[in-house]
Design a binder for this molecule. Structure first.
Ligand SMILES: Cc1ncc(COP(=O)(O)O)c(C=O)c1O
Length: 410
C-alpha cells in the first residue's frame, strides 16, 4: 500500500502536524508592568516595609481555602520551613512518594531527617495510602503527599493513616494551585501545605513559594522560621527559634497578585481543553489518558500526563515515541526518574551531620514497581501552557499521536 505524504513522520523528513507556536507562558500585560513599577517607585521593596506580600498572603490563603499563608523564597524553601516549623530533624523519618520533583525528598534531608519512599498509585501516580502503613516505624513523624501534575492525592486515605499513627501531613502542592479534593482546595486539608511560584508553575513570579495552614500554631511557627526566628509582635532583635531568611520580596508579591486574578480563567480553560484532549486520546490504541478519582473535583493540570503502551506502537520504546512526537511539533518529555535512583540517594546523601549519617538508608535497595514502570516506559508529559490554547490545539496533539501510532504499526 502506498504511504501518503501526510503519513510520513516528521522525524523521517515528512511535514510536521504542527508548526504554529503554542500559547506563550507567562501571560502578562500592563497590569503586571504597573504593579512592578508601583513597588519600584514606592521604595518599599521588602515585606517588612511594604504591603504587597501581606496582601498576597491574605488573597492566596482565601483562594486556597486556608486561613493563613506565609510567603517564602521558593517551593523548596516552603517544604524546609514547614518541616523545621514542626521540629522535624535528625532521627525522624518522613514518608514521601518517589514520583515527584527532587525537592520533596531533599527538603527532608536538608533538615537532617530521613526520607522513606512509598510507591504511588497506578492511576494518579500519587502516593498510595494502602502502602503507607507498612513503611511506618516508631521514628516516623510525617507524610508528604504530593499532588503531582496538579492532581490531588487521595487525602482521605492519607489522613486516615496519619491520624491513626499521629503523624503530621505536609502537602506538597507545588504543582496544584486551584486543585480541589472533594470541593476543598488542596494545601490546608492536611496540617500544612507548600506551594511553588517558580517560572513554569500555574501561578508564577519567576521564583517564590508559600506555606498555608488552618492552624494558627503552625502559622506562627512557620512565620518565625521564615523570618530568622523572630516572633510576631516581638522586637526586631529578638529571636526565639532557629530560622533563616526565607522572606519573599514585594516585587514577587506584586506580580503574584496580578497572576492570581488570571488563575481562575486559566484553570477553567485548562480543564476544558484537558477534557477534550482526553476524549480524543481515548480513541488511540495504546494511549491511556489521565482518569482522576471521582473525589478530585478539580485537577489543576500543571502537567497533562498520559501513559504509553509500546505493545500498541509496534513494540517501539517510549523514547522513540517522544522523539517522533516532538518532531511533529508537540513538545513532550518522559519526566522524572524514581527519586531513590538519583545519584544523590544511590551514593548515599553526603551529610556533615554525624547523627544524620548514622540514620540514612541504603537507597539502592528501594524498589517501587508502579513508579519504576511509569518512569521507565509509560509516562508522557505535556505542559500546562499547551492547555491554554483551543480545541484545534488539542486536535493537533491527538492528530500527531495518531500519526505516530499508525506509522509505528505499519
Ligand atoms: C512537586 C514539587 N515540589 C517542590 C518543588 C520545588 O519548588 P521550587 O522550584 O519553587 O523550589 C517543585 C517545583 O519544581 C515541585 O514540582
Amino acid at each position: 500500500m502506498a504511504v501518503g505524504v501526510a503519513d510520513v513522520l516528521a522525524i523521517d523528513g515528512g511535514t510536521p502536524v504542527r508548526s504554529r507556536p503554542w500559547p506563550q507562558w507567562p501571560v502578562f500585560d500592563e497590569a503586571e508592568e504597573q504593579a512592578i513599577l508601583n513597588v519600584l517607585r514606592s521604595g518599599k521593596w521588602w515585606s517588612v516595609e511594604g504591603t504587597k506580600v501581606r496582601e498576597f498572603e491574605e488573597a492566596f490563603a482565601r483562594f486556597q481555602d486556608a486561613q493563613f499563608a506565609v510567603c517564602v523564597t521558593n517551593g523548596t524553601a516552603a517544604l524546609e520551613v514547614a518541616l523545621r516549623a514542626a521540629h522535624i530533624g535528625c532521627g525522624d523519618e518522613v514518608i514521601v512518594p518517589p514520583y515527584t520533583f527532587i525537592a520533596t525528598a531533599t527538603a527532608v534531608l536538608a533538615v537532617g531527617a530521613t526520607p522513606v519512599f512509598v510507591d504511588v498509585e497506578e492511576e494518579s501516580l500519587n502516593i498510595d495510602p494502602a502502602k503507607i502503613e507498612e513503611a511506618i516505624t516508631p521514628r516516623t513523624r510525617a507524610i508528604i503527599p504530593v499532588h503531582i501534575a496538579g492532581c490531588p492525592a487521595d487525602m482521605d486515605g492519607v489522613l486516615e493513616v496519619a491520624r491513626k499513627h499521629n503523624l503530621l501531613v505536609i502537602e506538597d502542592a507545588a504543582q496544584a494551585h486551584a486543585a480541589e479534593w472533594k470541593g476543598t482546595k488542596v494545601g490546608a486539608i492536611g496540617d500544612m501545605g507548600c506551594f511553588s511560584f517558580q517560572a513554569s508553575k500555574n501561578l508564577n513570579a519567576g521564583e517564590g513559594g508559600a506555606v498555608i495552614t488552618n492552624d494558627p500554631h503552625w502559622a506562627d511557627q512557620v512565620w518565625s522560621v521564615h523570618n530568622v526566628g523572630r516572633v510576631r509582635g516581638g522586637r526586631w532583635y529578638e529571636h526565639h527559634v532557629l530560622g533563616s531568611n526565607f522572606r519573599m520580596t514585594e516585587f514577587q508579591a506584586a506580580i503574584l497578585l496580578c497572576q492570581l486574578q488570571r488563575l481562575p480563567d486559566q484553570t477553567e480553560r485548562r480543564t476544558r481543553n484537558a477534557q477534550k484532549l482526553t476524549e480524543l486520546l481515548s480513541q488511540i490504541p495504546g494511549i491511556r489518558p489521565p482518569r482522576p478519582d471521582s473525589r478530585v473535583t478539580r485537577h489543576a493540570y500543571h502537567l497533562y500526563i498520559f501513559r504509553y503502551n509500546r505493545e500498541a506502537f509496534g513494540g517501539r520504546p517510549r523514547e522513540e515515541f517522544l522523539r517522533a512526537l516532538n518532531a511533529e511539533g508537540v513538545p513532550c518529555s518522559a519526566g522524572y526518574v524514581p527519586l531513590y535512583k538519583e545519584r544523590v540517594f544511590v551514593n548515599r546523601p553526603v551529610s556533615n551531620d554525624l547523627c544524620q549519617r548514622s540514620m540514612l538508608k541504603d537507597y539502592s535497595k528501594v524498589y517501587c514497581p508502579v513508579c519504576e514502570r511509569a518512569c521507565a516506559e509509560e509516562a508522557v508529559w505535556l505542559y500546562q501552557n499547551m492547555l491554554l490554547g483551543d480545541e484545534e490545539d488539542m486536535a493537533d496533539i491527538a492528530t500527531a499521536v495518531a500519526k505516530v501510532q499508525r506509522a509505528f504499526t505499519k
